[in-house]
Design a protein around this ligand. Structure first.
Ligand code: KG4
Ligand code: ZN
Length: 348
């Protein structure tokens, strides 16, 4: 079987364009990501048409950039990994067609990757500043929290991911963004809510913690959103300005309480001693502190990869691709994009 040393990876599933070169063992040789937040901000959310247009402008120069940065030529690259699911179809098409074309032109194998698998394996990435603890290995519990997903997984082994529970409605990131919008903080609001919350009192307002006491791993954030909307509707603009820090801190605390409670339940349910938190919302500073405290108290090895590997990025796609290509897996040139994961992506 062909030895796979270096993989060039492409991620364009949503609104971030990202390209990486990943070396055997999970070493990130180069990673470049272009956020499109400023293009979508005027519309208050992601506009799919704008996302794929930007991907098609950004992608080729970014591929050139990682090759130049690493001083690598195509003869050193052993394969290509690309996200083909789940995501916005137009966005996925840009990455997938580019990967297939490069695969044909450069005569390199390519592999299509489930974006969620990338997030779940992010703790195995390594660079000069980050590497997981030496004893970090399968199995572990993963809490994946982003703008589109809030799911808890049992990561049994490579390729064996079981969904233990997820949100019934809004994703945690979506809740942060909607709350940010209500307060007039722009899009995406998560980072700003986090920033203002640092100066507020988390116990000032009592927001609902839906399903927190239920003995399952399901979550719900739509009640929190409605409750916040009712509260904000009853406040004047001046009151919102005065109360901004406390509002953000109280809202954020409700989300953190639910996420930590469910993570704790998942660890008890599986009896695992390792857990990870991944996805854009794991950048939240309060959640990081709360999760570290929880892990220490419980004696859990917790890995929250650095933000560059938690938000959408091509390095995590490269890592999954490297292992799959090394195992001899190849994707067919006829394969298309899919808005949702495949049933076979998860075990029962
Ligand atoms: O994983 P990601 O970059 O993209 C996907 O949604 O796939 O996650 C983006 C989400 C957005 O909802 C954003 O508001 C949220 O992550 N986010 C945060 C923070 N940074 C990003 N939410 C709360 N606190 C943050 N510091
Ligand atoms: Zn993602």
């Amino acid at each position: 079987m062909q030895k796979i040393n270096y993989v060039l990876a492409i991620e364009t599933s949503c609104d971030d364009t990202s390209v990486a070169i990943v070396k055997e063992g999970g070493w990130v040789e180069a990673l470049t990501s272009a956020s499109q937040d400023t293009s979508h901000a005027p519309f208050g959310g992601i506009v799919p048409e704008i996302a794929c247009r930007n991907h098609s402008i950004n992608l080729l120069p970014m591929i050139e950039k990682v090759l130049v940065e690493t001083k690598m030529t195509w003869d050193k690259i052993d394969g290509i990994a690309v996200t083909n699911r789940p995501g916005l179809i137009g966005s996925l098409i840009v990455g997938l067609v580019t990967a297939k074309t490069l695969s044909q032109v450069q005569q390199k194998p390519y592999i299509a990757i489930n974006h969620l698998e990338g997030h779940l394996l992010a703790p195995f990435l390594k660079d000069e500043k980050f590497s997981p603890p030496n004893d970090f290995k399968y199995p572990y519990v993963a809490l994946a929290i982003s703008g589109g997903h809030t799911t808890i997984y049992d990561i049994q082994d490579f390729g064996k991911y079981k969904i233990l529970g997820s949100t019934l409605d809004d994703a945690a990131g979506e809740a942060f963004d909607k709350f940010g919008k209500m307060l007039g903080l722009g899009f995406p609001g998560g980072v700003k809510v986090d920033k203002y919350a640092q100066r507020g009192d988390p116990s000032k307002y009592q927001f609902p913690r839906s399903m927190i006491k239920e003995e399952n791993l399901m979550m719900s954030f739509s009640g929190l959103k409605s409750s916040a909307q009712r509260l904000v509707d009853n406040l004047s603009d001046e009151q919102i300005r005065e109360q901004l820090f406390d509002l953000c801190a109280s809202f954020q605390e409700a989300i953190c309480d639910v996420l930590i409670a469910k993570l704790d339940r998942a660890v008890q349910h599986t009896s695992y001693s390792r857990a990870i938190i991944t996805g854009g919302v794991s950048a939240n500073s309060r959640l990081r502190v709360r999760a570290e405290e929880w892990a220490k108290k419980r004696g859990i090895t917790l890995v929250i990869p650095p933000i560059r590997y938690c938000t959408d990025n091509a390095a995590m796609i490269g890592y999954a691709g490297l292992i799959r290509l090394s195992r001899g897996e190849r994707s067919s040139i006829e394969l298309g994009p899919s808005p949702s994961p495949y049933e076979s992506d998860f075990v029962e």
